[in-house]
Structures are given as structure tokens and as C-alpha cells.
Design a protein around this ligand. Structure first.
Ligand code: PRP
Length: 212
């Protein structure tokens, strides 16, 4: 009986490509390709069990050990700072974290800057190191609406192609960091199942060039 590795995959377009990378690395799972209503999918022959979770929840599943490994964006890792090992940059899901504002925006340093974001901790860290006083407006999506409706002065958000910004007359003011999806591991799983986890890591590393 092969040792089973539990993998939290981020649901959505990124997750589909992440699974493709696992499949190319030798961890195909036919059940997952015909999911129906199931939530977990396994292929005992290669020792893998997958489950789809909300992308922002991958890190918590891995930190708590419900999953041995997972794939999470660097944005999530920097926002929540989970206590996990970061094993590999998959190179998938490339984008950046940026401050954006309406084209007409001029910062007035005498006023508290109103910042709308899904990433309050990243935003606070950025402005506190700049010594800028801010008010965080925590939203869960459609962040670009906030400055248009006067709810905030700027946003701190993910920019991929830049088309959401362009189509809403916003522009990047500052780039904070580059983002991509990382393979992460639970610390105690890595201690006890390190051999199998490292095999997956090398398989993914070798499959990297084949996914676009
Ligand atoms: C993300 C992000 C931007 C958009 C950027 O939103 O928050 O809105 O993608 O992509 P672009 O630069 O290619 O236009 P997401 O699709 O995750 O939806 P959300 O509004 O729920 O955050």
C-alpha cells in the first residue's frame, strides 16, 4: 500500500493548471477528471488524494495538516503568513500586487489615505513602512469599484493583465511584489512523509516547462 499524500488544490482556472502539472508529473487521478458531486478524489496506485478548496483557504488546510501539501498564491502566503514550508515556485498564476488609483488621483499627505483591499495585512505593512497614515476598507471582491464610487482613494489589489484597471479608468501607482503559485507543505507532514513529498516536488519541477 502506497503512502497517501493529501493535496489541497485551489478551485478555478489556476487549479486546473496546477492539476495538469501534477498529472504531467505522474499523479493523474481519473476520478478528478469526472468529478460529479464528490469532494475528494484519489488514486491509491500513485498515492495521491486531492480536494478542491477555495484558493484563499489552501494555506489554512495545509497549516492545520488537513492537507499535507497544497498550492497557494504568494499573495495569500504574504497576507496570512501561515506556518508552512514553501517548497517550489510553480511559475503558474503570475501576477503582481499593486497600488492603483483613478488617473486623476493626487496624494495629499496631510489626509488619511483610504485604501480598499482584500489584503489588509499586506496593505498595512506597505504603508506603515512608508510612514503613511491610512484607513483600511476591507472588501471581498470587485475592489476596483471602491475609488470609482468614492469609497476609497486607492486600492491595493492583484493586477494580472491590467484590463480591469484600464476598463475602469484606474492605473497602477506602485507595484508591491510579484506573485506566483507556490507548492507549500505542512511542517509535520514534511517531517514524516518528506520522501513522498520531495518526489512530488521534483516531478512538478520537471513538469514546469510543459504547462502554459
Ligand atoms: C482579480 C483582481 C482584479 C483582477 C485583475 O479579481 O482582484 O480585479 O483579477 O485581473 P486583470 O489585471 O487581468 O484584469 P478576481 O477575478 O479574483 O475577482 P474579485 O473581483 O472577486 O476579486
Amino acid at each position: 500500500m502506497k503512502e497517501m499524500i493529501n493535496v489541497a488544490l485551489p478551485k478555478g482556472r489556476l487549479g486546473d493548471r496546477v492539476y495538469e502539472m501534477f498529472a504531467k508529473a505522474g499523479y493523474r487521478c481519473e476520478e478528478l477528471e469526472n468529478p460529479g458531486r464528490r469532494l475528494t478524489f484519489e488514486n491509491p496506485e500513485v498515492g495521491i488524494r486531492y480536494f478542491w478548496v477555495k484558493p484563499s483557504d489552501v494555506a489554512i488546510y495545509v497549516e492545520k495538516g488537513a492537507a499535507d501539501i497544497g498550492v497557494a498564491g504568494k499573495d495569500i502566503l504574504l497576507e496570512y503568513r501561515p506556518d508552512v514550508y514553501e517548497l517550489l515556485d510553480t511559475g503558474l498564476g503570475k501576477c503582481r500586487m499593486a497600488v492603483a488609483a483613478p488617473k486623476s488621483f493626487r496624494d495629499d499627505p496631510r489626509k488619511t489615505l483610504r485604501v480598499a483591499t482584500k489584503f489588509p495585512s499586506v496593505a498595512k505593512g506597505h504603508y506603515s513602512s512608508a510612514g503613511r497614515e491610512i484607513e483600511i476598507i476591507k472588501l471581498n471582491g470587485s475592489i476596483e469599484l471602491a475609488p470609482i464610487l468614492g469609497l476609497s482613494d486607492v486600492i491595493v489589489d492583484i493586477v494580472e493583465t491590467g484590463s480591469t484597471l484600464r476598463q475602469n479608468n484606474l492605473e497602477v501607482v506602485e507595484t508591491l511584489f510579484e506573485i506566483s503559485a507556490r507548492l507549500i507543505a505542512n511542517k509535520s507532514s514534511y517531517r514524516f512523509k518528506g520522501g513522498s513529498i520531495n518526489l512530488i516536488k521534483s516531478g512538478l519541477n520537471a513538469a514546469k516547462g510543459e504547462i502554459r
